[in-house]
Ligand binder design. Structure first.
Ligand code: G6Q
Length: 545
């Protein structure tokens, strides 16, 4: 396995960007904003219903042009076209990366490795639609003839975060007489609390696992199966369990009728799978028509990414700005600050998408990078975050880039609360980026001793993303925007954004320790681990006699 790996630091654009960073070292975002009344218009782009305003980033036209130059030298357009056409750009796993095929309309044509991918995708979508509508209408009955009232998605990582995030995001569009739970953690508390108030006769489990071998998911699935069988008997399993997987053999071995298995393909990475059959719970919640709108939103952003000229290409610019902030302004983290309670799990979702994709330190050919790659993503919805961690954002010694997400139209208008919410979002975007000088603070009559405490340094780069309404289409477009931004960053850095080797070793070591804890093996570990095992044993021994 080998692949051409460009070291981005050898490009002429990289040198130019270094020079731009030096040139702008003494120029604040406020200086840039104050100097040019046309800046907001010049630095705002639109794509698929998302307004992307980067006028509060620490950039000028020179930076933008060099970033676009970097895109050219790193051949992002060529790499994008390779991805979209099914080239095996996930080189370490020798796989195509085709999440964009999941949202192609049925009229599209894409044959990859000799297979009509569009036909396969729509076959599964049609089967999902039939099943989802049967659950929603009550045509699908449990083993005792009762309607389903609760759906429990059992999955982890990419088989949990997307559906869990989308469930909250699209609650306003969901069928309210169905409740949804998402169980992921192998901590027995997760499943126990999820099942506490549920009636087995009215509960449907979706076992969502691409491989159907993941320890956490299979452990939880077996726990759920035991709970159901204890109440309704073995024969009830096939009316209460369906699977989303690529592994028909294991699905059948679990006792799930493979007629109720919804497949996907090795070219869908876990963290890129919320619009594959992994989205079955989403489809049950919002129905197949609105799920089609979700896919249309994804696809609209895909089309934009594939066809918009570089200077107007929103995911391209977003990805390049992340590179600028990371490699030239030395910014380590990005806070995702959605001003929408419906997006409360969006930062957690993005953590996996961004950090599992670009948390790499070797290039495609295995050579080590000597520059920074993927930053840390985190966040909480505004306005809540304002009353906790924003203090550090405003006056701490670390500079944090911020993505402020604003949804204009409220699904639940309550007096003027939506205006309050948006006013807070715009105020934070302004204060984070522009700050407040000592002279301005003093001019307010602030006592001299307090002035330095109230100075707001500003200069925190902010991207403001605004959508009219958080409907299924907008959610799809928003997720696809971040997916493609992650891709752009990965291409610049020359890394494989689609593998995740770094999570393997921990799983293997855990299995070894588990053998020790359960007495089925007797391996030796490092001294610290041995000491922790001994302490754990001493704590649980009194409980188990
Ligand atoms: C995502 C990762 C990972 C994966 C989970 C669940 O890109 O591959 O988060 O989604 O490990 O895997 P299964 O779906 O196979 O259970």
């Amino acid at each position: 396995m080998s692949h051409e790996s460009l070291d981005p630091t050898t490009t002429s654009a990289w040198s130019e960007l270094g020079a731009h960073a030096a040139r702008l070292a003494g120029t604040s975002i406020r200086d840039l904003v104050d100097a040019d009344a046309a800046r907001p218009a010049a630095f705002t782009l639109d794509a698929a219903g998302i307004c992307f305003d980067v006028s509060r980033q620490r950039i000028d036209e020179g930076v933008r042009q060099s970033l676009l130059g970097l895109a050219g030298e790193c051949r992002i357009a060529e790499r994008r076209d390779e991805m979209l056409s099914g080239v095996h750009i996930n080189v370490t796993e020798d796989r195509a990366v085709l999440h964009t095929a999941l949202r192609l309309p049925s009229s599209a044509a894409l044959v990859v490795d000799g297979v009509d991918v569009v036909a396969d995708v729509h076959d599964v979508l049609d089967r999902m639609g039939t099943f989802a509508e049967a659950v929603r209408s009550g045509a699908w009955r449990g083993a005792t003839g009762e309607r389903i009232s609760a759906v429990v998605n059992i999955g982890i990582g990419g088989s949990d975060l997307g559906p869990a995030m989308a469930h909250i995001a699209l609650e306003a569009f969901s069928q309210r007489d169905l409740s949804f739970r998402f169980v992921s953690n192998v901590d027995p508390t997760d499943m126990s609390e999820a099942l506490r108030a549920l009636d087995p006769a009215r509960t449907l489990f979706i076992v969502a696992s691409k491989t159907f071998t993941t320890l956490e998911t299979m452990t939880n699935a077996h726990a759920a199966r035991s709970w159901l069988v204890a109440a309704l008997g073995e024969d009830a399993v096939e009316r209460h369990f369906v699977a989303v997987s690529t592994n028909a053999e294991q699905v059948a071995a679990f006792g799930i009728d493979t007629a109720n298995m919804f497949g996907f393909w090795d070219w869908v990475g876990g963290r890129y799978s919320m619009d594959s059959s992994i989205g079955l719970s989403t489809m049950i919640a919002i129905g197949s028509d609105q799920y089609g709108q979700l896919l249309a939103g994804f696809h609209a952003m895909d089309v934009h990414f594939a066809t918009a000229p570089a200077e107007a290409n929103v995911p391209l610019l977003m990805g390049l700005l992340s590179v600028w902030n990371r490699n030239f302004l030395d910014i380590q983290t990005t806070a995702v600050l959605p001003y929408s309670q419906y997006l409360s799990r969006f930062p957690a979702y993005l953590q996996q998408l961004t950090m599992e994709s670009n948390g790499k330190s070797v290039r495609l050919d295995g050579s080590a990078v000597d520059y920074q790659t993927g930053g840390i993503f985190w966040g909480e919805p505004g306005t809540n975050g304002q009353h906790s961690f924003y203090q550090l954002l405003h006056q701490g010694t670390s500079t944090v880039a911020c993505d402020v997400v604003v949804v204009a139209r409220a699904e639940n208008p309550l007096t003027d609360q939506q205006d309050m919410l948006v006013a807070n979002a715009l105020a934070q975007a302004s204060v984070l980026s522009l700050g407040r000088t000592a002279a301005e603070v003093a001019a307010d009559g602030t006592p001299v001793a307090l002035v330095p405490h109230k100075v707001m340094p500003g200069n925190r780069p902010v991207s403001l993303l605004m959508v009219e309404r958080l409907d299924p289409f907008a959610l799809g477009a928003l997720v696809a925007l971040y997916e493609h931004s992650v891709f752009v960053q990965g291409v610049v850095w020359g890394i494989d954004s689609f593998d995740q080797w770094g999570v393997e070793l921990g799983k293997k070591v855990a299995m070894g320790i588990l053998g020790d804890l359960t007495g089925t093996a007797n391996a030796t570990f490092d001294a610290s681990t041995e000491a922790s095992i001994a302490r754990y044993r001493s704590l649980v021994r009194p409980l188990i006699g």
